[in-house]
Design a protein around this ligand. Structure first.
Ligand SMILES: [Zn+2]
Length: 192
């Protein structure tokens, strides 16, 4: 899937989970960092791709992209597996602990979960594509849904751009229309 589909899915998943789970109230600083972490998690697995927007937007990103591509075993390998999810989760946790002293009022547990929700949504969305995802590395088989490859989506092509992306937008719009007062109430309760 493309970066914009991953970002849209990641933030949609975060808002839904934030609205329906009974979490304790958080500060606005936590919400802002959680959204940033969520979007980062939503595109993080594609750092194994030198052409990813993640790298394209940095001045010498293309070279870093090539290094990470080799380091992570090529595109859709380690960073697109449960093992990679655990590794990225661990590293992001270390990063949050390192920066916690300068952002003491931020609930880093929620920021970490926001990152993980973004990353999990990425792996689920990539599973809908023809290429599939090696969920169970080091077992190298790539899994996808539906299991028949020809029924799956080709990244960046018509089905993704004209069906999947608008469909997620429609679901978001429907949820907003039908549950807006409920969502606003919950956000009001949970952001202090
Ligand atoms: Zn990917």
């Amino acid at each position: 899937m493309t970066a914009r589909t991953h970002d849209l899915t990641a933030i949609s998943a975060l808002v839904i989970i934030f609205a329906v789970t009974s979490i304790s109230p958080v500060r606005m600083s936590t919400v802002i960092l959680a959204v940033f972490a969520n979007l980062l998690g939503g595109i993080a697995p594609d750092i194994d791709q030198p052409t990813a927007p993640f790298w394209r937007n940095l001045p010498i990103g293309k070279y870093f992209g090539k290094v990470f591509d080799k380091l992570l075993g090529g595109h859709r390998f380690l960073s697109h597996s449960l093992l990679g999810l655990a590794l990225f989760g661990f590293l992001f946790h270390l990063l949050l602990i390192f920066f916690h002293p300068v952002m003491a009022d931020v609930n880093i547990k929620y920021v970490w979960w926001a990152f993980m929700i973004g990353m999990i949504s990425h792996l689920i969305m990539d599973s809908l594509t023809k290429e599939g995802v090696p969920w169970l590395l080091p077992f190298p088989l790539k899994f996808g849904f539906p299991p028949i490859k020809s029924l799956r989506v080709t990244t960046g092509k018509r089905v993704e751009n004209w069906i999947i992306f608008p469909l997620i937008l429609l679901i978001d719009a429907w949820l907003t229309l039908h549950y807006s007062s409920h969502i606003v109430y919950l956000l009001h309760q949970r952001i202090v």
